[in-house]
Design a protein around this ligand. Structure first.
Ligand code: CP
Length: 320
């Protein structure tokens, strides 16, 4: 594997899940595979889970790990070609990326959407430069449009907790005070469409995700109706994807608190499990009562981030 961006990069999902559960049973089974190999993790944005789980996954495989927070200690980077660099940016990404590639065998990159230009975000301008110029396998640790390590961990969690062969999984928009990227819901939709689940997306009008990620999923604007009989509720906020109104891209266009997931919502489900990628704002996205309930599986979901990262790194190491 040279790039991990989309669900198609992982190949057969049943095989990927089998590998995940094997690694979960014995996560040190391949502790020699990464000997004398270095994993470089580049963060343009903050992180708790991705940072820790990916480091742990690399260490389980015997890799050395270097973490760089680009905005804390590195030179300020220019990302646009053709700019006269007479401002505060000392280095261009076009030199920085191949230099980073010199010091490692595999690179993970986190670089969120900037919301300045929808086309730039959806063309993955930053991550594609890493793929093109680093000379190394690149895995996405949440880009402008996708968060595949999260979605793979979500799929592992659903497989572990499902109580019937084809569970109903509902992705629900929920309120948030700030404009958040669409990477998590985009990826979640992509992975759920590829999995054997009954998948429904619910959100207020105007929050339609990009059609390439919605695929054949059912979209239901009535949140309570969407929740009926659900086995898993996956709550997440996202800002306006700008599909129906491009001028609203990246904006908060709804603050309706009735979309917060609370006991009233969970009561109409099939005793559903509650999921969220974290970090989560309590009593905005989800009530204290729901996230603290026995049906909340947000912690095992986060724990599976180590496993999803380890499957990806193992495959990249095998193909070096
Ligand atoms: N879910 C997730 O990616 O968490 P972090 O932003 O803390 O890495």
């Amino acid at each position: 594997m040279r790039v991990f961006q989309n669900v198609s990069d992982i190949g057969n999902l049943q095989q990927a899940l089998k590998e995940a559960f094997e690694l979960k049973d014995d996560r040190y089974r391949y502790s020699d595979l990464g000997k004398n190999k270095t994993c470089l993790l580049i963060f343009f944005n903050n992180s708790l889970r991705t940072r820790l789980s990916t480091q742990k996954a690399a260490m389980n495989l015997g890799m050395n790990v270097i973490v760089l927070d680009v905005n804390q200690g590195a030179w300020k980077l220019e990302t646009e070609r053709g700019v006269v660099m007479d401002g505060d940016k000392s280095e261009h990404l076009l030199e920085a990326i191949p230099v980073m590639g010199c010091y490692c065998d595999i690179i993970g990159v986190r670089s969120f959407a900037t919301f300045q230009n929808r086309q730039d975000d959806y063309e993955e301008k930053i991550l594609n430069q890493f793929i093109k110029y680093s000379g190394k396998p690149v895995f996405f640790m949440e880009s402008a449009t996708v968060h595949p390590l999260q979605s793979f961990a979500d799929l592992i969690t659903i497989e572990e907790y499902k109580r019937n062969e084809r569970p109903k999984v509902v992705l629900s928009w929920a309120p948030h005070p700030k404009a958040l990227p669409q990477a998590v819901p985009n990826s979640f939709a992509q992975w759920m469409n590829a999995a054997d689940v009954d998948f429904v997306i619910t959100h207020p009008e105007g929050y339609e995700l990009d059609p390439q990620f919605v695929g054949d999923a059912r979209v239901e604007y009535d949140q309570m109706k969407a929740f009926e009989g659900a086995d898993f509720i996956y709550a997440k906020n996202w800002s306006c994807p700008g599909v129906t109104r491009p001028e609203d891209y990246g904006k908060v266009i709804c603050k309706d608190m009735s979309w917060m997931v609370d006991d009233r919502h969970m009561a109409v489900t099939n005793d559903a499990y509650f999921m969220h990628c974290l970090p989560v704002r309590r009593n905005m996205i989800v009530s204290d009562s729901v996230i603290e309930s026995p049906n909340s599986i947000v912690i095992p979901e986060a724990a599976n981030r180590e496993i999803s990262a380890q499957v990806v790194l193992k495959r990249m190491l095998t193909d070096l």
